[in-house]
Write a new protein. Structure first.
Length: 263
C-alpha cells in the first residue's frame, strides 16, 4: 500500500468512519468551532456560496492547522475553480452534478497531473509547500494522495452511475439526497422507498467498484441507515443548520418570558 499524508485517504483506507458538516460561513472561527466540537472534517461549500479562492485557502489552512481535514465542493466542472481548490492544499474535492461517465472523466482529468490527467503544474502553491524542490515527486505524490469525490444527485447521474463508478481515478461516490429526491419528484422525502432505492443503487455501484461512499445526512436516523449501507464519509448537516437549530432552541427556552406576569 502506498503511504499517504492525506488524513481522509488514510482513515478511509482503514475502514474508519469520518464525520463532518458542510461549512457555508466564511469565518475561520466557524471552522475552528465545528472541528473543536469533534468533527473530523469540514466541507467548504463553494458551490452554494460565492467563496473566493483566498477564503477557501484560509478555511483549508485553518482545518489542517488544528489537525483536521478539509474537502471543498467545487462550483462546477471547470478548470479554473478546480485548480484554485486543489492549489489551496485541500485534502479532497467534491465535484457536483456529475451526470455521465464523460463528465466523470473530465472531472478526474482536471484533478490529476499528467499522465493521469491535465491539471496544470505550479510548484509554488500552498499545495506544493510554496516551492518544492522536486516537482516530479510532488506531482506523483499528489496524484496518489488527493481524494476525488463525484456527487450523484440527478436522474441522469443515477442512470449512469455504474459507468461513472467505473471511471479510473474516481475515489468516492457521494450522494446528494435532497437534489436526488427532487429530481425523482419526491423532494425531501428521504424515507420514501423510491428515494431509498435510488440512494442504495449509488452505494451498490460504488461498492462494486471499490469506491468509498459519502452522503449528506440531515438527521441521525438517516445517517445510521447510510452507515449500514457502507458509507464511511458521513456529512452531517451544516453550520447554518446547526446555528438555526441552536437559535430556535434558545428562543424556546425564554419564550415564556413574553407572557404577562412571567418572571
Amino acid at each position: 500500500m502506498e503511504t499517504t499524508s492525506n488524513p481522509i485517504r488514510a482513515a478511509l483506507a482503514q475502514g474508519e468512519l469520518l464525520r463532518g458538516p458542510f461549512q457555508l460561513f466564511t469565518d475561520r472561527a466557524v471552522t475552528e468551532i465545528l472541528l473543536d466540537a469533534g468533527f473530523d472534517f469540514v466541507i467548504v461549500d463553494a458551490e452554494h456560496r460565492a467563496f473566493n479562492p483566498e477564503t477557501v485557502e484560509d478555511l483549508v489552512r485553518t482545518a489542517q492547522g488544528i489537525g483536521r481535514a478539509a474537502m471543498v465542493r467545487a462550483p462546477m466542472i471547470a478548470r479554473g475553480p478546480i485548480q484554485y481548490i486543489l492549489d489551496s492544499g485541500a485534502d479532497a474535492i467534491l465535484v457536483p452534478l456529475v451526470n455521465s461517465a464523460e463528465q466523470a472523466r473530465e472531472a478526474v482529468a482536471l484533478c490529476r497531473y499528467p499522465p493521469q490527467g491535465t491539471r496544470g503544474l505550479n510548484a509554488g502553491t500552498r499545495n506544493a509547500s510554496w516551492g518544492t524542490s522536486d516537482p516530479g515527486g510532488y506531482a506523483a505524490q499528489t496524484n496518489r494522495d488527493l481524494v476525488v469525490a463525484l456527487q450523484i444527485e440527478t436522474r441522469d447521474g443515477l442512470e449512469a452511475v455504474d459507468e461513472i463508478a467505473a471511471v479510473e481515478g474516481v475515489d468516492m461516490l457521494y450522494v446528494g439526497p435532497f437534489d436526488l429526491s427532487h429530481n425523482l419528484g419526491l423532494t425531501g422525502q428521504l424515507n420514501h422507498l423510491d428515494v431509498r432505492a435510488a440512494i442504495a443503487k449509488v452505494f451498490k455501484a460504488g461498492l462494486a467498484r471499490n469506491k468509498w461512499l459519502g452522503v449528506l445526512a440531515p438527521d441521525a436516523a438517516f445517517a445510521q441507515w447510510c452507515v449500514g449501507q457502507g458509507v464511511r464519509f458521513l456529512t452531517f448537516r451544516s453550520d447554518i443548520r446547526f446555528l438555526k437549530a441552536s437559535v430556535a432552541a434558545g428562543i424556546a427556552e425564554i419564550e415564556h418570558l413574553k407572557k404577562p406576569g412571567a418572571r
